[in-house]
Design a protein around this ligand. Sequence first.
Ligand code: ZN
Length: 397
Amino acid sequence: MRFLINNVLIIPMTDDGPRWFAGSVLVEDGVIAEVFRGDAPQVDKVVDGTGKLLMPGLINTHTHVAMTLMRNMADDVPLMEWLHERVWPFESKLTPQDIYVGARLGIAEMLMGGTTTMVDMYWHEAAVARAVEETGIRAVLCPCFIDDRMGEFETDLAETLSFKNELIQVRVAPHAAYSCSAENLRRGVQLAEKHNVGLHVHVSETRDEQEIVRNRFGKTPVGYLNSLGVFDLPTIAAHCVHVNGEDMEILKAKNVSVAHNPQSNMKLASGAAPVAQMLERGLNVSLGTDGAASNNDLDMWDEMRTAALLGKLTAGDPAALPAWEVLRMATVDGAKAIGAGGKLGRIKAGYAADLILVDTTGPHWQPLHDPVSAAVYSAKSSDVCAVWVAGRQRFIR
Ligand SMILES: [Zn+2]
């Protein structure tokens, strides 16, 4: 399969060269074959990009996609009540088929909004794997465990691993330091090691969590998880809202990627992660929506804008988290978080053709002074008009 996206405004997310330019992109066999700034070659299949912006597909590094089923069902309550009284009782009744249906809904929402990769953490992840395979989104599937679900989890992990392919990675997901015993956390690390996969875990989401872990183990959640070897494997740490300087040093030293979920953190009043400080220290920070029960959508454009605004407010500095940095978090740094830096998240020859075309003709895009700023501060997910994952078209408006 060979096609050219022609006459389009490109934000390539590369480190060198201009941040945007007019050009064309040739896609061949799922990969970006070449990027042209001037004349492009004649090919049989051409997609006209006039009036549109071409960007790398967005990478959502923390979600629970099947929680679309709980959208608008448990709002305006604190995290522990949300979890123990609303979410977990509902989830205990979910069948794999329910989870499959929720995942299909969530994946449709993501693909239609320009998200081409998701990192998903849930129970019965094999049911999500089925939805992923059918829809063609790229995914990192992370079967999740808490203490009373270990048996079920090991079966789920084995089933999910059978779906591994070019588009599907698998990771082990201990739910959190407060919901898994030390023994089970070690078991999770062992299993990840055995299957040569990474980990994905909630870390320091709330002050409550911080206190619970400190009282039980005399350490911060970061220090505690580190002492159990959780960060010895490639790890995505979701949230990291309440982290101190020492925690950030550990995360940096262990190459842990932080998945920042600003809307979920705001909605549950968990707090604001010190993202500007993390970036200053050289941590890799990517973006996630979290589940639709705490957001209440899976919209990465919303998430980018919120990350920028909250980052500025938290740092007390309007120059903190500029648009370019936030766009990197949603593309390049997301790719790095899943171990796909160098092959995903940029428009560059040799990179995977995960591409999105965005309509820039709407009034909220005019005048188009700075396409990078417009993408972060003005764009809407409904502007996305075509989506390819590994060169295969998965959505067109
Ligand atoms: Zn989460």
